[in-house]
Design a protein around this ligand. Structure first.
Ligand code: NAD
Length: 495
């Protein structure tokens, strides 16, 4: 058992994230003994709840994990509720008293994690109050875990970062990007740096292009209000997708440590070409879903979703091409796409290798008697819903003569393995308890991502598009296919 000792204060303790992700993740850590006697949780939000009611809610959030009644009772007894308006200074005094009491009761040594599971406009206020009301102490550690979005553009992110850095040093700030907690995203480094066959080929001499798809089959659901101000570019590309690009493109770190990995990721992001606005329009396309049908299911258009403007110009789809101007990647396009209401849910990366220079197999001919090209080898990393990787090779077709045929080496984690592996939030919470920021976004990464994305956003804001431009249930607008076709490529994954 490796027990961690800390008090968690969760701002937004009655919210969706806390209930769906944080409490079940804390319970998993409890079950494994990472949390035992010396931890406590204060949930704060505006609602006027009692401790008993809060504990009942917490127990409800973990019922799918099938705890025994005693286990659920013992776990939830560590939870305390504090009604709190984050704008009200006096409330922080009450919070401090409760923190001090719990610190003594559970012998927490002053270790404190503040988790901001709230709308981002409150982040700055909370952090300032933590300092001004004397909640931070010199004992133990004070760490801040902060949810996305981190700002809405470079300027607002910079401003927010200044406010936070006035209170917390960078080493104690854990900016969540939950994709970084996902097993197969973490596996990118293993595939690259533990396999010489890949790392030796991981460059512009052998790789033709890289394709990253984050497809969602769901629409905007009940998040229309939030999404209208965000859109796919800010919601997905600025954070998750650029983090994946950085992990794929970075140089091997000298050691697998937070500082070394971070340094390489920042360098990779800095090498991504900053387009002019004209280039941004040429290299990025946006879409918004219209009505559609898939497997007999009818879908409404985005503009008819709740809390969405009927003339909305918000994009629910982005596809684009990043170019990385360094020795390793010069000339290799990194294509990305993400969208809602697409044909199928799936996050995957395709590394498309260059074709062999000539096809020497004389029997590889098409119907017209023309020699065919050998298809490229493709390494696919499946991130979700299934997890694993596959590699396509060209083999000999069984029989007389010598024609080739593609074969696929396919490995997926079993449902059992996936089911038993820690969920992203569980891993990230444990990382924050360990003070390990490897799988979180450093300010330098966030800043550079915003610089890249702001240019695209500015270019788009100056022009309007005739939305909707793709049918719900399709794989996005035609322009997303043209983007690759004009370079002589096509999306390797087309469900
Ligand atoms: P939510 O609206 O469900 O919860 C917000 C919480 O903030 C509630 O507990 C509410 O009572 C509290 N709150 C609001 N105003 C307050 C005030 N003035 N004083 C005190 N408490 C106040 O939101 P959510 O979905 O849980 O999201 C929280 C954060 O996590 C957001 O930054 C969101 O972008 C991010 N996030 C959420 C998810 C998710 O799956 N829900 C995923 C990724 C990121």
């Amino acid at each position: 058992m490796n027990e961690k000792i800390a008090l968690f204060t969760i701002f937004g303790g009655t919210g969706d994230l806390a209930k769906r992700k944080l409490y079940p993740s804390l319970f998993r850590l409890y079950r494994k003994g990472n949390l035992a006697e010396h931890f406590a949780v204060i949930g704060t939000a505006r609602r006027d709840w009692s401790d008993d009611h809060y504990r009942e809610i917490v127990r409800d959030t973990i019922k799918d994990l099938n705890p025994t009644a005693e286990e659920a009772e013992a776990f939830s007894s560590h939870f305390y509720y504090q009604s709190h308006n984050v704008n009200d200074s006096e409330h922080y005094d009450t919070l401090k008293k409760l923190s001090d009491t719990l610190n003594d009761k559970y012998e927490l040594g002053g270790n404190h994690i503040y988790y901001l599971a709230m709308a981002p406009q409150f982040f700055g206020t909370i952090v300032q109050h933590l300092k001004s009301q004397g909640i931070l102490t010199d004992n133990g550690f004070d760490r801040l875990v902060i949810e996305k979005p981190f700002g809405s553009d470079y300027d607002s992110a910079y401003q927010l970062n200044e406010e936070i850095r006035a209170v917390f040093p960078e080493k104690d700030i854990f900016r969540i990007d939950h994709y970084l907690g996902k097993e197969m995203i973490q596996n990118i480094s293993a595939i690259r740096f533990a396999n010489n066959i890949f790392e030796s080929q991981w460059n512009n001499r052998y790789i033709d292009n890289v394709q990253i798809t984050f497809a969602e089959s769901l629409g905007v659901e009940d998040r229309g209000g939030y999404y209208e101000h965000s859109g796919a570019l800010k919601d997905m590309v600025q954070n998750h997708i650029l983090q994946v690009v950085a992990l794929l493109a970075m140089e091997p770190p000298v050691a697998f440590s937070e500082a070394e990995i971070r340094a390489e990721k920042v360098k990779a992001l800095q090498a991504i070409r900053l387009y002019s606005e004209k280039e941004a329009l040429e290299n990025f396309v946006r879409g918004q879903y219209g009505q559609g049908k898939l497997d007999d299911q009818e879908f409404i258009r985005y503009r008819d979703e709740p809390n969405v403007d009927e003339h909305s110009q918000t994009e629910t789809f982005v596809a684009g091409k990043f170019l990385i101007d360094n020795f390793r990647w010069s000339g290799v396009p990194f294509y990305i796409r993400t969208g809602k209401r697409l044909t199928e849910k799936g996050t995957r990366i395709n590394i498309v290798f260059k074709q062999v220079p000539v096809n020497v197999f004389k029997d590889d001919i098409d119907k017209c008697g023309e020699k065919t090209d050998l298809p490229p080898n493709v390494l696919t990393i499946y991130i979700q819903p299934t997890e694993g990787f596959s590699m396509t090779l060209n083999g000999k077709e069984i029989g007389q003569g010598f024609t080739t045929t593609p074969v696929k080496l396919d490995y997926r984690h079993s449902a059992e393995t996936t089911g038993n592996s820690p969920e992203a939030y569980e891993k990230l919470l444990l990382d924050s308890l360990n003070g390990d920021g490897t799988n979180f976004s450093h300010w330098d990464e966030v800043a550079q991502s915003w610089r890249i994305v702001d240019i695209i956003r500015h270019a788009w804001d100056k022009t309007s598009v005739d939305f909707p431009n793709y049918a719900a249930g399709s794989m996005g607008p035609d322009a997303a296919f043209d983007l690759l076709e004009q370079d002589g490529f096509s999306w390797d994954w087309q469900p």
